[in-house]
Design a protein around this ligand. Sequence first.
Ligand code: GLC
Length: 571
Amino acid sequence: MTVTGHAQGATRTQSPGKPATVPAPATAFHGETTPWWRDAVIYQVYIRSFADGNGDGVGDLLGIRTRLPYLRALGVDAVWITPFYASPMADGGYDVAEHREVDPLFGTLGDAEALISEAHRHGIRIIVDIVPNHTSAAHRWFREAVEAAPADAARERYIFREGRGEHGELPPNDWESVFGGPAWTRIAERHGEPGEWYLHLFDPAQPDLNWWHPEVRAEHEQILRFWLDRGVDGFRIDVAHGMIKAEGLPDAGFTNQIQMLGSTVLPYFDQDEVHEIHRRWREILDEYPGERIAVAEAWAPSLERLAAYVRPDELHQAFNFHFLGTPWQRDELRTVIDDSLRTSSLVGAPTTWVLSNHDIRRHVTRYGGGESGLRRARAAALMMLALPGSAYLYQGEELGLEEVLDLPAELLRDPQRLRSADGSSGRDGCRVPLPWGGSESPYNFTPMNIANGWLPAPQQWREKTVEAQWDDAASTLGLYRRALKLRRELPALGDGRLDWPEDTEVLLGDAEDLLVFHRAPGFVCTVNVGAKPVTIRRPGALEIASVDLDAPASSDTVVLPPDSTAWWSAR
Ligand code: GLC
């Protein structure tokens, strides 16, 4: 890949939808037709918490720009940035009031354009979020809808219904919000009388759109083009399994519906007709030069149903949440890896591995926290990076960060926590601003620590900062840097297939907690997921290990410590 200079279009104003000039092709990548995404390592930036450029305590576009050299040195291929559009921030920006405007909290449209072109100069592609299932309640369409009379056409862009019960006092059906409570809120009509209900699968500040309305479809196609014209390399599609609701909005028929998300088709998620939308979006992506991609955030009830999102005429990638949710257990890991590769290869797509994101407890904590959680997290990351396909990293996992579980209640902002029945769940703990350097919070998250970060970072993070780990090869950051470098260098890694060798090839005795896979040419990955050391025949020259591993060439055997992964170049 050659990264050459970048032709930037003339400076544009902040006004939505109207570039002052027709944008020039925004990147050197866009002449390329390589399917770069099939094995890309893509780094998720949760913008509020990555880096603050203007000193207001909240991460922003300028902050990302200043940290591009870090991302390049880390060795990622692309960055996915969570929403930075105009928003009242009821859900950290996933409540979008206008997709073509940048929220002043995060910068300007000019900052977004500068970031895209500068990232390209660093050889990094940019993926932006699109949130099609719902808008913010502050969106002009929703304000119009609420002000209109019940039968007015302005209500048809959303999902308004009369309530059940004698006086319409009950929600229209039994659907539940992902954030807790009913998925319906009743509005007051123009003269203050109780009126219709509207659907919101998330927060009441995020009304669901009616995707059978032609204007809703046309608007989103224009939004895609708006950002493609500005040079983005792709989209992460929020709630890509949403949008279409079962005809007639039938009851689900049971409670705690969201817990069934991973195993049952609910009447409001993963409906077959959603694929028409993705097919249309693929056509639009393919109209643009270069390989512009889309990745689905789709919570599908099975790997088979997930694979439908990455059929050749649909999206390129879909996060593999089945893998993310698999416990650190040999047989379960092997099954999910096999099933993932099998189902995605049936449609010719790669698998897209992920261990953490901004909605889920950080995997160090999921794996038990503390030292053993970190050991497993390091082993899991090294295993993931050796699997065939693409991988997403969540900011801070390369530093070995844990979930912050003791944030002061008055600082929490996540609507999921605010709506949850027991008040205990919430996603702020994985969204604490990143520690870059120095010895106290906010650890250079803001320039020269001039302000506090929007959430405080714990004391223990002073040893976890980028600065503290950068030159330490044994640190988690050192491990990620070396693994990403090797992933580019070793021809076996990235896209392709894997094989499980006969156990007898490497095993010396009983090793029920060991996973071993081969990738051609000449690569072996060993993963000991157990609590006991395992002795094996040394598979070759050690390339990297998630622990300190003694594997001298003079010895035919090697002891794999508990919770460890190693990469070997086969003899
Ligand atoms: C997705 C986002 C999450 C957000 C929700 C509603 O699941 O990842 O952060 O709250 O959609 O937009």
